[in-house]
Design a protein around this ligand. Structure first.
Ligand SMILES: [Zn+2]
Length: 432
C-alpha cells in the first residue's frame, strides 16, 4: 500500500490534471492514469478500494515542489519588535545597517538565536518552504555562537525543513588574524558552505577576499556562496565586477555548478556590452545568481531616477544562467520587511524586474523552486518519480494565478509527511 495519493493536481508542463503517489517519503509515480499501473507495480496486498493510506483530491489545484529559500540570514531574522514591525532607527547608510546589526547582536544569546531561528523556520514552513540556505555570522568577535545555535536548529527542524548553513564573514575573511582558522572550526561544528562578502573585508581588495573564500572551499571541498557586487556604482568595467572574478576563479578551479552569488546589483550599473560579457562568463562558469528583490535598500542617495538595486534578472535568465530569488533579510536591522514568503517575494520581483507575462510569472515560480534547488544542489528535488516528496499545494489552478492572487499554500508536505495545512482566506459580503 502506498502512503499518499494526491489526485487531480495540476503540475507545470502537464496538459491535464495528474495524480501523484508517495511512499516512503518519495514520489513513486505521477501521471494521469496512475492507479492501474500502481496496482501492477505494487503487487499483492493493495486494496483497489483503498489504494493509499491517505487519498486527497486537490480539485485541480497547482502542485509545486517545496519552495527553496536560497539566501536567508536566519541567525538575525525576526530580531525586530514583532508588535511594531518596521525599522526602529532611521536609515543612515549601508555601512550604518551593518553597524546596527553588529551593535544589536552583542545582546544575542544562544537560546535567543535558537528561539528566533526556530520561529523563522516554522514561519517559512507555513509558507511552503521545505529547504533553506542560512547565512550565519562567523567572525572573531562572536566566534562560533551563531553557528552552534543554527546547527541546533538545523538538527531539531530536520524533519520540517532541510537547512544548509553558510559560514558568513560579517567582519571579513582577511581583516582580522585567526578568522580562517575560526572558519575551519565552523565547518567541524556543522557549517556546510563557504560564504563570502568582499564589501565587509575592510582594507582588502575584493579579489583577495574571493580568492581566500575559494582557497578555503578547495581545502575543505565545500561549495561557495558569495555576496557579490552589493553596492551600486556609477558605472563598472568588466574587471571591476566581483561576479566576473568569481566566475573566472570558478572556471580556473573546475568548480562549475558549485558556486552561487547573491545580489549582483552592480551588474545593473555596468554598460550593456560589459554586462553581456559578464553574464556570458557566469553562464560558462555555471554560477547561480540569487537576486534579492530588496528594492528598499539601495539608491538612497539618488535624487532622480532612483536606482533600486536589482540585478539584470531577465538578461541573466535569457542567457541561460540559473537565477533564483530569496528573502535575504526578514525583519531585522538590515530589512525590517518580509514574511518568509517566497510567493510574496516573487510578486515584488515581478514588479521590480518587469516580469508580467504568463510565461514570466511561471518562470518566477520556477526560480524559487527548481532554480533555487539547483543552486543549493539539493538531491532528488522535483515532482518526478524518485524525487523526495517535498510538495506544496497552492490554492490556484496555475503558477501565474498563484503569484498574482497571492494565494494560500493549502498543504505543505516534507518527505511525504503533511507538515502544514492552511485555510484559504474567506470573506462574507453583505450586498443588501
Ligand atoms: Zn545576504
Amino acid at each position: 500500500m502506498i502512503d499518499l495519493l494526491l489526485r487531480n493536481v495540476v503540475t507545470a508542463g502537464a496538459p491535464e490534471p495528474v495524480s501523484v503517489a508517495v511512499t516512503g517519503g518519495r514520489i513513486v509515480a505521477a501521471g494521469p492514469e496512475l492507479l492501474p499501473s500502481l496496482w501492477e507495480g505494487l503487487g499483492e496486498g493493495l486494496s483497489k478500494a483503498i489504494p493509499a493510506r491517505e487519498v486527497f483530491d486537490a480539485g485541480g489545484r497547482y502542485l509545486i515542489p517545496g519552495f527553496v529559500e536560497s539566501h536567508l540570514h536566519l541567525d538575525i531574522a525576526l530580531s525586530n519588535d514583532a508588535r511594531r514591525p518596521g525599522r526602529p532607527e532611521p536609515f543612515v547608510s549601508m555601512a550604518g545597517l551593518n553597524a546596527a546589526i553588529e551593535r544589536r547582536r552583542r545582546a544575542f544569546t544562544h537560546e535567543e538565536i535558537v528561539r528566533r531561528a526556530t520561529a523563522a523556520v516554522h514561519l517559512a514552513l507555513r509558507h511552503g518552504v521545505t529547504a533553506l540556505r542560512a547565512q550565519c555570522h562567523v567572525d572573531m568577535e562572536i566566534g562560533l555562537k551563531h553557528v552552534e545555535a543554527l546547527q541546533e536548529v538545523k538538527e531539531s527542524c530536520a524533519r520540517l525543513v532541510t537547512i544548509q548553513i553558510v559560514a558568513f564573514p560579517q567582519q571579513g575573511l582577511l581583516a582580522k588574524p585567526g578568522t580562517l582558522d575560526l572558519f575551519r572550526e565552523a565547518f567541524r561544528r556543522g557549517a556546510d558552505v563557504v560564504g563570502g562578502a568582499p564589501n565587509l573585508d575592510s582594507g582588502h581588495d575584493f579579489r583577495d577576499h574571493v580568492d581566500a573564500a575559494f582557497a578555503l572551499a578547495l581545502e575543505l571541498d565545500r561549495d561557495v556562496d558569495i555576496h557579490a557586487d552589493l553596492a551600486l556604482k556609477p558605472s563598472a568595467a568588466l574587471d571591476d565586477l566581483e561576479v566576473v572574478h568569481v566566475a573566472r576563479r570558478t572556471l580556473e578551479y573546475g568548480y562549475q555548478g558549485r558556486v552561487t552569488v547573491g545580489h549582483a546589483c552592480a551588474l545593473d550599473s555596468a554598460p550593456p556590452d560589459v554586462a553581456r560579457e559578464a553574464i556570458a562568463l557566469l553562464k560558462e562558469a555555471g554560477v547561480s545568481v540569487i537576486s534579492q528583490p530588496d528594492l528598499y535598500r539601495l539608491g538612497r542617495d539618488d535624487r532622480q531616477h532612483v536606482r533600486r538595486g536589482l540585478t539584470r534578472v531577465k538578461e541573466l535568465l535569457a542567457a541561460g544562467v540559473n537565477v533564483a530569488y530569496a528573502s535575504n533579510n526578514v525583519r531585522d536591522a538590515l530589512r525590517p520587511l518580509g514574511n518568509m514568503d517566497l510567493l510574496e517575494e516573487g510578486l515584488i520581483l515581478a514588479y521590480g524586474a518587469h516580469m508580467d507575462t504568463v510565461a514570466e510569472l511561471e518562470t518566477l515560480l520556477r526560480m524559487s523552486t527548481n532554480h533555487a534547488a539547483r543552486a543549493l544542489r539539493l538531491p532528488n528535488y522535483g515532482l518526478e518519480p524518485g524525487c523526495v516528496a517535498d510538495m506544496v499545494l497552492l490554492d490556484a489552478p496555475s503558477a501565474s494565478a498563484a503569484i498574482v492572487g497571492q494565494v494560500e499554500k493549502l498543504r505543505v508536505y516534507k518527505a511525504g509527511c503533511l507538515r502544514a495545512v492552511n485555510q484559504p482566506a474567506s470573506s462574507q459580503l453583505y450586498m443588501e
